[in-house]
Design a protein around this ligand. Sequence first.
Ligand SMILES: *[C@@H]1O[C@H](CO)[C@@H](O)[C@H](O)[C@H]1NC(C)=O
Ligand SMILES: *[C@@H]1O[C@H](CO)[C@@H](O)[C@H](O)[C@H]1NC(C)=O
Length: 275
Amino acid sequence: MANKEEKADEKQSSWKDFIYNPRTGEFIGRTASSWALIFLFYLVFYGFLAGMFSLTMWVMLQTLDDHTPRYRDRVANPGLMIRPKYLEIGFNRSIPQQYNKYVQHLESFLQLYNDSIQDANKQCTDGEYFEQDKAEEKQVCQFKRSWLRSCSGLADSTFGYSEGQPCILVKMNRVIGLRPRGDPHINCAAKRETPLQMQYFPTEGTLDKSYFPYYGKTLHANYVQPVVAVKLLLTEEDYNSELVIECKVEGTDLLNNDERDKFLGRVTFRVKVLK
Ligand SMILES: *[C@@H]1O[C@H](CO)[C@@H](O)[C@H](O)[C@H]1NC(C)=O
Ligand SMILES: *[C@@H]1O[C@H](CO)[C@@H](O)[C@H](O)[C@H]1NC(C)=O
């Protein structure tokens, strides 16, 4: 019995010694100064890692511009899109319920182009890039919806849909810093033998240079992009059949015939008007 107790006592004291040994002053096998050195080492080591990380991060961020994305593919080659945002437009011109969604879509798109809003913007010089100093907030060149004449939705609130001569708005996607050369304009054509008559607003389908360059969402907050309205002057033979229409940006250095990307500088849509 006594033997067993002694052994248990011994075991306990060796455990106690391991946790704290009063003879050597060791705590879990190390002296206080040894532990202090280890803590110091890791403190310096992790501090150094954190410092390295912050430094490289800071250097990286210095090379970024707040307003322009760093990596952009196809910098100077915007896509084209149409409004209303449907690539298949079909309706019976006698039934308003069938074309209302197109009209509403055009109307809401043009809200920003209201003459009352655009009066606050700058009247820019046609045919010249509107270059602005980098620091300040950028001014916006005005583009009034009334310039779209019979496609403005002002005189004819159905944008020609009720008379069967619908308007389509063509716009070019915004690309920061883009300065299209030459005389950029939108040209549309029906893909068929006989040409389809169309009317452009502004005349010649011009995308004026004064709307370029665009400086990005933060600097150029109220920027409105130029649009070209195309009124399809359909005649009796054009009704009840599907027309395929392609619009391209022309007269400039922008790509419009890329084989892989059908929207690069061009857009194709279908129109079928029933009468
Ligand atoms: C735009 O003008 C029309 C009438 O001219 C008005 O009903 C509409 O509320 C205006 N929109 C904005 C956003 O000011
Ligand atoms: C278009 O709507 C009118 C009026 O409802 C109708 O008479 C005509 O047949 C429709 N046209 C077609 C091609 O369905």
